[in-house]
Design a protein around this ligand. Structure first.
Ligand code: ADP
Length: 506
């Protein structure tokens, strides 16, 4: 083995050792200091003086090491503000101490330990934070689920309220229709219809407000005659405006057109705007103008009433906000809902007003237009099964359909309907969605394989039409809303019995 070279030995002595600080102390057997050698003259430790006795702090180390053959090292001993490694090389007669200054190394190690400690603290904190975050996420998830469940429960509640309200109102309207035919010339059935429409609009306004923010709310577009809607608005408000001594005019152009949009919503919008115009006008006139252009319906409702101050023009659209002095009774909800509905139908509502002179509300909604060529209702023949759990509705439509020449059977549940279907063939079944023993769609689903030729019409009182996709495969040709539009119903039924193609198939 080659020995260390002189060059390396010199290098260690001159370059490496030069940077180190150490003191070598030689002792005799009584621990009297024989000599003190320093690597650097400026590094001194007190008490290390030739001829004196070794200070107590070092002498105890020498005692500990006595009797060991090998050198003993005491690391990181704190001595007069320095950290030193003390190497004791001793035998029975004498001892040498090499005191090595390791203050810097000790500090570096301390700093490292401190950092390691800090890091471990930080990682503990991070673990705690992560655990807290996981808890928060879990809570968030729970709350979101609760909110979703609450919102689904709210949607179900509104749908069922809507159904509960619309069914009896629809029944009142239908009977009023029958009375109109039985008592021609009497104003009473019309008064019944007017009151029903106002009641329905009020209820729908409230439900609409409750639905706010529910993204599942859908429109229910259908085809209907604009002339009939215009007539209805005229009839609905004529008595009210005449009672106040107002001129009332409803104009529409062109005539003889069917349009396609959510009729119930459009009526709700019109009733809100026209009833406001009459309510806030004491003298002069109220006019409603309908125009159809480029598959858009434009409506203007003008009055010569008290008008609205410029500063209030935005506020009138805020929920439950009423402006002006000496207000007639109202809820402050009509315009909020009206604007909401117009926007949902893809349109815009605007207002211009001059205080003291009057106001003009305008809206435009997209709607497709079709020439209306089915004004007459020739008699039909065929048998229909009508399923509804409301006996008044059953009695009403039995009469209506029989007047059209049809043979009508009625059932008040899915079970009763199935019993009738087992005994007799019905080319057409009309059913309400919500029945006591299930939903109307289930009836069609269960008949699909046995009686694939049966056509179906579903009547919905809640405006919920999210079953449409499934309905398509189950023979269902239309969803109609309560209150049922008689002409729409006639057209759908006629298409089944005349074998003609329907106006719109779901
Ligand atoms: P309500 O009529 O029940 O108070 P609306 O939301 O329909 O609620 O209307 C809000 C407010 O806007 C009304 O209180 C009324 O002051 C004002 N307003 C609405 N329409 C008219 C109008 N045609 N002429 C004057 N003021 C109107």
């Amino acid at each position: 083995m080659r020995r260390i070279s002189r060059r390396a030995a010199h290098y260690i002595r001159d370059e490496l050792l030069k940077r180190e600080r150490f003191i070598v102390v030689a002792l005799d057997s009584r621990q009297k200091i024989q000599s003190v050698n320093r690597s650097t003259p400026d590094w001194k430790l007190p008490g290390l003086i030739r001829g004196s006795i070794l200070p107590d702090s070092l002498s105890s180390l020498v005692d500990t090491a006595s009797g060991t053959a090998e050198p003993m090292v005491f690391s990181y001993v704190e001595l007069n503000g320095f950290f030193v490694d003390i190497h004791v090389l001793g035998d029975a007669d004498s001892a040498d101490l090499v005191i090595h200054d390791v203050t810097q190394a000790h500090e570096a190690e301390q700093t490292l330990q401190q950092r390691a400690h800090e890091i471990s603290l930080l990682s503990e904190q991070r673990a705690a934070l992560n655990a807290e975050l996981a808890d928060l996420n879990q809570e968030l998830f729970q709350r979101r689920r609760q909110a979703e469940q609450a919102s689904a429960a709210k949607s179900r509640f509104i749908a069922s309220m809507s159904h509960e309200f619309r069914s009896p109102i629809s029944s009142i309207m239908g009977y009023a229709d029958l009375l109109k035919a039985e008592l021609p010339g009497s104003e009473n059935p019309r008064a019944l219809q007017r009151a029903s429409w106002h009641l329905l609009t009020l209820v729908e306004n409230l439900l609409e407000q409750a639905r706010e923010g529910d993204e599942n709310v859908k429109l229910n577009p259908g085809r209907f005659s604009l002339d009939r809607l215009v007539d209805d608005i005229e009839v609905l408000f004529r008595t009210q405006s005449e009672a106040k001594g107002l001129d009332f005019e409803v104009k529409s152009a062109p005539g003889g057109i069917d349009i396609e949009c959510d009729e119930l919503r459009l009526r709700q919008i019109l009733i809100n705007l026209v009833s406001n115009a009459i309510r806030y006008t004491q003298k002069g006139r109220v006019s409603v103008q309908f125009r159809l252009r480029d598959n858009k319906l434009q409506v203007r409702v003008r009055d010569t009433g008290r008008g609205i101050a410029p500063g209030d023009l935005e506020d009138i659209f805020k929920p439950f906000t009423r402006v002006g002095q000496g207000n007639a009774p109202g809820t402050g909800l009509g315009l909020t809902i009206t604007r909401q509905l117009v926007q949902r139908m893809g349109g815009q509502l605007s207002v211009q007003s001059e205080p003291g002179s009057g106001s003009e509300f305008r809206f435009v909604i997209p709607c497709s237009m079709v020439k209306n060529d089915h004004v007459s209702m020739p008699p039909l023949s065929g048998s229909v099964l009508w399923v509804d759990d409301d006996p008044d509705i059953l009695a009403l439509y039995q009469v209506v359909l029989e007047n059209w020449g049809l043979t009508v059977s009625v059932a008040n549940s899915i079970t009763q309907a199935k019993e009738l279907i087992a005994r007799q063939d019905f080319p057409l079944i009309v059913t309400d969605v919500h029945l006591t023993d299930g939903n109307g769609l289930e009836l069609f689903r269960s008949l699909r394989t046995e009686k694939p030729d049966i056509s179906g019409i579903i009547i919905s009182g809640s405006g919920v039409t999210d079953m449409e996709t499934e309905a398509a495969g189950n023979g269902i040709r239309a969803f109609l809303q309560k209150p049922i539009d008689a002409e729409l119903l006639y057209n759908e039924i006629a298409a089944v019995f005349e074998g003609g193609s329907p106006d719109h198939v779901v």
